[in-house]
Design a binder for this molecule. Structure first.
Ligand code: ADP
Ligand code: MG
Ligand code: MG
Ligand code: MG
Ligand code: MG
Length: 444
C-alpha cells in the first residue's frame, strides 16, 4: 500500500532517519542522487525540491537547467545499513520542468508515457522479471578491481568451488531486507559469474528494483573484498552477462493477457502479436538494449547469447523464448538484453515494439526448433532469420530508421542518446587495442 506524505514524514522522524537520498536515473542508466537532511523532507514531498540539471549528461541545456524532483511515494525505503552514524532513506523521483510538465529527458517519466499508451490500448499492467547476471572479481590491496576471477565454479556448482556463495547469500539477505522477493540465486555457467532472480513486478517498480539491485550487489561484494561488474563481456572466450527480460501484459482484473487455454500453445492472439512486434523491432532497439561497445562482444555465436532473430517455445538458443509456464506465469523471455542497458529505456523500447505488433495485428514467423547456430546462410535465409547488429555503430544506424522505437524514446532522449553513443563508438574506433598490437606489431 502506498504511504501518504504525512505517514512518510512521521516514519522518518520516528525511525530517526537523518538523510534522504532523492534518486533518479540519467540517460545512460547511472543512478544519480541529491541528498537532503530530514529537515528538507517535507519540502521534497511537496515536489518543491529543485536541482540543477545542467551538470547531468544528456539532461538539459544551460538556460533551462532548473528542474524539480517529484518523489514517488511508493519507493520510500530506509536502508538497513548505516555508513557511520547516519540513518539513510531513499525516494526514487521523476524529473519535472519548472512549468510542471514531466521532463522529456527523464527515462523514468518517459517509461510512464509509454505505459499510458499501453493503458489507452486497454491493458492494465506491463510486467518485468529481469535476470541480471554479473561477475565477481578480486579486489587488489588498494581496493581496485583486478582481472582475477573469484572462483572456478560452473553452472549451479556447490561450495567449495563456489567461493562466492557467502557473498551471494549476503546479497540475497540484504535484498530481502529491502523488500525484494528473491526466487533463486545460483552460480552461472562461467567462472566467477552469478545470477540472482527476483519476482516479477510492474515494469516501473521492476526497473527501480534493477537500479537498487545493482547498488546492493556492488556494495555487498565490496564488503567481501570483491568487485561486482555488470559489464556484458568482461572476459573473452567465456559466457558474457545478459539480463533476460521476462515480460507479460495483465488485464485490469489481474489475468494474464498472454494466456489463452484455447489458443495455440495456450497463448493468446495478443501474445503472438506482441511477440511479432518484438521480432520486428528488436534489431532496431538493440542500440538501447545493448548500448555499449562491449555489448557486441557478448552477442556472438557459441556463448548462449542470441545472435539471430527467431523465437521458440522450447529451445533456449533463440532470441525470444516462451517459457513453459502458463496461467499467470505466461510470458515472453527476451534474451538479447544485457545489464549495461538503462532498464527504463530498454523496457520502453520493448513495450512500444510489442504494442506496435498488437496495434497492427502482426503475425510472428514460424518458431524455430533446430539449432540456429548450426544453420548455414542458405538455411537461415530459407527460415527468414536475420541477425542482430554486430556493433554499436551498426545498431545506431538501425535505430535511426525505426520510427516506433524512436517514438518510444521521444525526440529529446533519442537525440541525446544517439549523439552520446556515436561519440562513445568513435572514441573506441580511435583507440588502438591490445589485439591489434598482438596481431600486427611483429608481423608488419
Ligand atoms: P530462466 O528459466 O530463464 O533461468 P528464471 O527462473 O531465472 O528464468 O527467471 C524467470 C523470471 O520470470 C523471474 O523473475 C519470474 O518472477 C519472472 N516471471 C514469472 N512470471 C512472469 C510474468 N507473468 N511476467 C513477467 N515475468 C514473470
Ligand atoms: Mg535464470
Ligand atoms: Mg530458472
Ligand atoms: Mg542466466
Ligand atoms: Mg533466462
Amino acid at each position: 500500500a502506498t504511504l501518504t506524505k504525512e505517514e512518510i514524514l512521521r516514519i522518518a522522524t520516528e525511525e530517526g532517519v537523518n538523510f534522504i537520498r532523492l534518486m533518479f536515473t540519467d540517460l545512460f542508466g547511472t543512478v544519480k542522487n541529491v541528498e537532503i537532511p530530514l529537515s528538507q523532507l517535507g519540502k521534497a514531498l511537496n515536489n518543491q525540491m529543485m536541482f540543477d540539471g545542467s551538470s547531468i549528461e544528456g539532461f538539459a541545456r544551460i538556460q533551462e537547467s532548473d528542474m524539480y524532483l517529484h518523489p514517488d511515494l511508493n519507493t520510500w525505503l530506509i536502508f538497513p545499513w548505516t555508513p557511520g552514524e547516519a540513518k539513510i532513506a531513499r525516494l526514487i523521483c521523476d524529473v519535472y520542468n519548472v512549468d510542471g510538465t514531466p521532463f522529456a529527458g527523464d527515462p523514468r517519466s518517459n517509461l510512464r508515457r509509454v505505459l499510458d499508451e499501453m493503458k489507452a490500448l486497454g491493458f492494465a499492467q506491463f510486467n518485468l522479471g529481469p535476470e541480471a547476471e554479473f561477475f565477481l572479481f578480486k579486489l587488489d590491496e588498494n581496493g581496485l578491481p583486478t582481472r582475477e576471477l573469484n572462483d572456478n565454479g560452473g553452472y549451479f556448482d556447490f561450495a567449495p568451488l563456489d567461493l562466492a556463495e557467502n557473498c551471494r547469500r549476503d546479497i540475497v539477505i540484504e535484498l530481502e531486507k529491502l523488500g525484494f522477493e528473491i526466487e533463486a540465486s545460483h552460480h552461472e555457467v562461467a567462472p566467477g559469474q552469478h545470477e540472482i532472480d527476483f519476482k516479477y513486478d510492474d515494469v516501473l517498480s521492476a526497473c527501480d528494483k534493477i537500479q537498487t539491485f545493482k547498488l546492493v550487489v556492488k556494495s555487498i561484494a565490496r564488503k567481501h573484498g570483491l568487485y561486482a561488474t555488470f559489464m556484458p563481456k568482461p572476459i573473452a572466450g567465456i559466457n558474457g552477462s545478459g539480463m533476460h527480460c521476462n515480460v507479460s501484459l495483465f488485464h485490469e482484473d489481474g489475468t494474464n493477457a498472454f494466456y489463452n487455454p484455447e489458443g495455440e500453445l495456450q497463448l493468446s492472439e495478443t501474445a503472438y502479436h506482441f511477440l511479432a512486434g518484438i521480432l520486428t523491432h528488436v534489431r532496431n532497439f538493440t542500440a538501447v538494449s545493448n548500448p555499449t561497445v562491449n555489448s557486441y562482444k557478448r552477442l556472438v555465436p557459441g556463448y548462449e547469447a542470441p545472435v539471430y532473430v527467431a523465437w521458440s517455445p522450447s529451445n533456449r538458443s533463440p532470441l525470444v523464448r516462451v517459457p513453459a509456464s502458463r496461467g499467470l506465469g505466461t510470458r515472453l523471455e527476451v534474451r538479447s538484453v544485457d545489464p549495461s542497458a538503462n532498464p527504463y529505456l530498454a523496457l520502453a523500447a520493448i513495450l512500444a515494439s510489442g504494442l506496435d505488433g498488437v496495434k497492427n495485428k502482426l503475425t510472428p514467423p514460424a518458431s524455430v526448433e533446430e539449432n540456429i547456430f548450426e544453420m548455414n546462410q542458405e538455411e537461415l535465409d530459407a527460415h527468414h532469420i536475420t541477425s542482430l547488429p554486430g556493433s554499436l555503430s551498426e545498431a545506431l544506424q538501425l535505430l535511426e530508421d525505426d520510427e516506433v522505437v524512436k517514438a518510444a524514446l521521444g525526440h529529446h532522449i533519442f537525440e541525446k542518446f544517439v549523439a552520446a553513443k556515436h561519440a562513445e563508438y568513435d572514441e573506441y574506433r580511435l583507440s588502438v587495442h591490445e589485439w591489434e598490437l598482438r596481431r600486427y606489431m611483429s608481423l608488419l
